[in-house]
Write a protein that binds this ligand. Structure first.
Ligand code: LLP
Length: 438
């Protein structure tokens, strides 16, 4: 059983602390992470992937949630890190993250980002566009090193997920098509790499999509990549020493439903890879994974204070003190969440007398500023605190200052102890850098 908020008492606790205490101490909106859950996810990946299969690595996808304390935790847990920008890279490095365990992704890396990645000696740069090759070569030559790299390919598989988070189709903006023919972006890059003495292409990378709940998208992609590996070896003499199979393991929305165990994904993936290599006469490459949300989503909850309740003839709105500025995922992907009133988690679900639905909405000036469209939650009034579950992934990292709302604080909790990991933005933070020109 995964550790969740205790159901013994009617108050919600997280990481062993009453959420009322958290709200009173740190204010709302508040991102709260149970680091015990994050650690147990990391441990599960070590047990079911790194320890079970030879020559494997895990790189946590920092885009899901990265602050310096998170980088430290990932480092302590023995995993590597996938970064996609100078900001993510600097966050990790400033936390003392070992650069050799960092890989840099990104479909439009700037020269400055590539320079920083090379100069800080990151373990791998994932080449997403052929132009990056020469840029890496130039900076690596200047630094007097050989930079290890991989090439991201689009396997041409349309993942079963929201179209905004499907990334593996041939017309994707990410990577180069998995095409081994003469003159393709991929083979032209491999040819050009032969003359780049300061770049070593170690293998291939794919990421088929996010929030996946079945394994077919992975196994289909692996089949495509194996064929590609075989052609690249036979026709171009290119050996794929490493294969990064991306992230995408799904995160559940209902706190009482545990996530898929990691081997649900990794066993079929590794079976497909190992058996396929056997069938094609290929050496099994090092297998790398880049999960983000599966590690972090369920560890996180967001606490909000109810500002008001508005009962209209056909719908009732519970309006809270945050919204799409701290969690834009309903607005972007119609993502679903569950919520409870923290003082009465086992209480009766509120049914408005008009029979209409209950929507939990934010305070931003948009009708689309919705957190839960059709919420099942206890009756609340202004001043009550509610918790949204499974908000650890892509909330803090996608937050904005829309309507000049300060970004909420992040608190890490474990075994009854709460520590601030990122402070709430202040009004000074919001004004910083603005010049009163007139
Ligand atoms: N690796 C690569 C190359 C990726 O592009 C991504 C996600 C991941 C790993 C991690 O995927 P995860 O395991 O977290 O699903 N903002 C969206 C998600 C965008 C994901 C983009 N890439 C959301 O809130 O659902």
């Amino acid at each position: 059983m995964r550790k969740k908020g205790s159901l013994k008492i009617s108050h919600l606790t997280w990481g062993g602390i009453d959420c009322h205490e958290l709200a009173a101490r740190f204010g709302t909106p508040l991102y709260v992470f149970d680091t015990g859950i994050i650690r147990s996810r990391c441990r599960e990946l070590r047990e079911t992937f790194i320890d079970r299969w030879e020559n494997t690595r895990v790189r946590y996808a920092g885009k899901a949630f990265l602050i310096r304390a998170m980088a430290k935790l990932i480092q302590d847990e023995g995993l590597g890190l996938d970064v996609v920008s100078l900001g993510e890279l600097m966050t990790a490095l400033s936390a003392g993250f070992p650069p050799e365990r960092i890989e840099m992704n990104g479909n439009a890396k700037s020269h400055a980002e590539i320079e920083a990645a090379v100069n800080s000696r990151v373990g791998r740069i994932i080449i997403d566009h052929p132009d990056e090759l020469m840029t890496i070569q130039n900076y690596a030559q200047k630094a007097g090193i050989v930079q290890r790299a991989m090439i991201r390919v689009a396997p041409g598989v349309d993942a079963h997920t929201h179209k905004y988070i499907a990334t593996g189709s041939t017309d994707s903006k990410f990577g180069v098509p998995a095409d081994p023919r003469e003159g393709s972006m991929l083979t032209d890059t491999l040819k050009a790499a032969r003359d780049c003495r300061n770049v070593e292409i170690r293998g291939l990378h794919f990421h088929v999509g996010s929030q996946l709940f079945e394994t077919e998208d992975y196994t289909k992609s692996i089949e495509v990549i194996l064929k590609l590996m075989k052609s690249l070896k036979d026709e171009w003499g290119f050996v794929t020493h490493e294969l990064n199979m991306g992230g995408g393991f799904g995160a559940v929305i209902n706190p009482s439903v545990p996530a898929m165990r990691s081997e649900f994904y990794t066993d079929p993936m590794m079976k497909a890879l190992i058996e396929g290599c056997g069938a094609y006469g290929l050496e099994v490459p090092r297998a790398i994974l880049e999960p983000g949300r599966w590690i972090i989503s369920e560890a996180g909850i967001t606490l909000y204070t109810v500002e008001n309740v508005r009962e209209l003839p056909e719908i009732s709105y519970i309006a809270v003190d945050g919204g799409m500025s701290d969690n834009p995922r309903f607005a972007l992907y119609q993502a679903e969440y569950n919520a409870v009133k923290i003082s009465d988690i086992n209480g009766k679900i509120y049914r408005p007398s008009n029979g209409g639905k209950v929507s939990i909405v934010g305070k931003c000036c948009e009708s689309g500023d919705i957190l839960i469209d059709d919420a099942k939650i206890q009756e609340v009034k202004a001043g009550d605190v509610i918790a949204l579950f499974n908000t650890g992934a892509y909330t803090f990292s996608m937050s904005s200052n829309y309507n000049y709302l300060p970004r909420p604080a992040v608190v890490f909790v474990e075994n009854g102890e709460a520590k601030i990991a990122a402070e709430r933005q202040t009004m000074e933070d919001l004004m910083r850098g603005q010049v009163l020109l007139f």
